[in-house]
Design a protein around this ligand. Structure first.
Ligand code: M6R
Length: 357
C-alpha cells in the first residue's frame, strides 16, 4: 500500500534507511558479528574468480559489488550483463563462483545463464529480494536482501539493499581467507542509514534541481570517476526510464574522447564527486564541460566538498558511498518525471519483471 505517498517510488526511496537497518539486524549474530551460512562463506572464499551476472539496475549494483569484493576480499571479480554473457561467454577460471543479482529473481536473461552454469557444474548464489523466486530456487545458495516488496518499476531500495548485502559478503569472505579487515561493515551500514535519512528528510533541494535543470531539457549527462561512475550509470538509467529524458552516465575522463561534442549551451551535467583520490580529476572534467557551455550541478561528499557544490552528503565509508550518493539521483529522476507529467510508477514500455528474453 502507498499510504500517504503519491507514488510507490517515493515511498520506496524513503524506505531505504529502514531496509539498511533491517539488513544489519538480519545479518548480525548475538555477538554483533556477521551471521552468514558457513557453506556460503566457504564457497565464496574458495572461488578463484567470481562472475556477477545481472541486468539493469542490478547490473549497476554488481559493478559496485565487484569493487567491494575485489578490494575487500582480494578475489578477482567480473560483472557481466546477463543477456550478453548468455550468448558470448568469456573464458572461465578453474574455480568460478557465479553470483546472480536480481530484485525479482525472475529475470529470464539471468535464468538462461544459471541453467548453463549448472550444466557446467559450477556453484551459484542468488542475491534477491524474493527468496521463493525461480533464481533463488534454482541456485545453490540464496542471500535475501530484505527490502520488502518493490512495486514501482524503477528499482530503488533493491539496489541499495543488494550493495549492503554484498559488502557483508565481501568482509565475511575476506575474514575466511585470512585478509585483515579494519572496519565493521554492520557499523558502517548504520552510518549509511543515518546519512540516507538526510535526503529522505530534505527533498526540497532535489525537487529544485529537477525543476531547474530538467523540466525542459532534452538530454542530461551524469559524470563521475571510479565508484561514482557506476552511480552515474544508475542515475542516468533512472532518469531515462521514468522521465524519458535522454541521459548518459559517463566516466569523467572518457568524455573528451568523443562525447563532449554533444555538450551545448545549457546542457545539464551532473557531476558526482565523492572519491577523494579522483576529486580533482572530476572537477577538471566538469571545468571542461562548463567551458563548452554546460549547466553544471555538483554533488559531493564531506571531505571532497568545494564551494561550487549544490549538494554535500555526509561522509560514509569509502566502499559504501554509492548507497548514499544514489539517493539524490533517484530523487532528481523522480521529481523530473513528476514535473514532466510522466507516469512515475508505471513508465511506458516497461514491466516490473522481465520474464522473457
Ligand atoms: O528483477 P531484476 O533485478 O533482475 O531486474 C533487472 C532489471 O530489469 C531492472 O533492474 C530494471 O533495470 C529496472 N526497471 C531499473 O529501474
Amino acid at each position: 500500500e502507498k499510504g500517504t505517498y503519491p507514488h510507490f517510488m517515493l515511498k520506496e526511496i524513503d524506505e531505504q534507511p529502514f531496509v539498511i537497518r533491517n539488513i544489519i539486524t538480519k545479518y548480525k549474530d548475538d555477538d554483533d558479528n556477521i551471521k552468514l551460512e558457513e557453506s556460503i562463506r566457504q564457497t565464496v572464499a574458495d572461488a578463484d574468480r567470481i562472475y556477477i551476472i545481472a541486468a539493469g539496475t542490478s547490473y549497476h549494483s554488481g559493478l559496485v559489488g565487484k569493487e567491494m569484493i575485489e578490494k575487500i576480499a582480494n578475489i578477482p571479480v567480473e560483472t557481466h550483463i546477463a543477456s550478453e554473457f548468455l550468448y558470448n561467454m568469456p573464458l572461465l577460471s578453474k574455480k568460478p563462483l557465479f553470483i546472480f543479482i536480481s530484485q525479482s529473481g525472475e529475470t529470464a536473461d539471468l535464468r538462461g545463464v544459471l541453467v548453463n552454469v549448472k550444466k557446467l557444474g559450477h556453484p551459484s548464489l542468488t542475491i534477491t529480494n524474493v527468496p521463493g523466486s525461480t533464481l533463488s530456487r534454482e541456485a545453490d545458495f540464496t542471500l535475501h536482501t530484505y527490502g520488502g516488496p518493490e512495486i514501482a518499476v524503477a528499482s530503488t531500495k533493491a539496489y541499495t539493499a543488494q550493495m549492503a548485502v554484498m559488502v557483508i559478503l565481501a568482509v565475511d569472505a575476506a575474514r575466511a581467507r585470512g585478509v585483515e579487515i579494519d572496519f565493521d561493515p554492520l557499523q558502517e551500514l548504520g552510518i549509511v542509514a543515518n546519512a540516507m535519512e538526510i535526503f529522505t528528510n530534505q527533498k526540497e533541494v532535489l525537487e529544485e534541481v529537477a525543476r531547474d535543470y530538467l523540466s525542459v531539457s532534452r538530454n542530461c549527462f551524469f559524470i563521475g570517476r571510479s565508484m561514482d561512475y557506476y552511480v552515474c550509470l544508475e542515475g542516468a538509467l533512472k532518469l531515462k526510464e521514468i522521465s524519458y529524458i535522454q541521459a548518459e552516465g559517463f566516466a569523467g575522463g572518457e568524455l573528451k574522447h568523443g562525447t563532449i561534442a554533444l555538450i551545448e549551451e545549457g546542457t545539464p551535467v551532473i557531476g558526482l564527486a565523492t572519491q577523494s583520490d579522483v576529486n580533482l580529476n572530476i572537477r577538471g572534467n566538469m571545468k571542461e564541460v562548463v567551458a563548452r557551455g554546460a549547466y553544471p550541478c555538483f554533488i559531493s561528499m564531506e571531505g571532497c566538498e568545494h564551494e561550487e557544490d549544490k549538494i554535500v552528503m555526509p561522509a560514509v565509508h569509502k566502499f559504501l558511498t554509492p548507497l548514499v550518493s544514489v539517493l539524490p539521483m533517484q530523487l532528481i529522476a523522480y521529481y523530473a518525471a513528476l514535473h514532466r507529467g510522466c507516469d512515475v510508477d508505471k513508465p511506458r514500455n516497461l514491466a516490473k519483471s522481465v520474464t522473457v528474453e
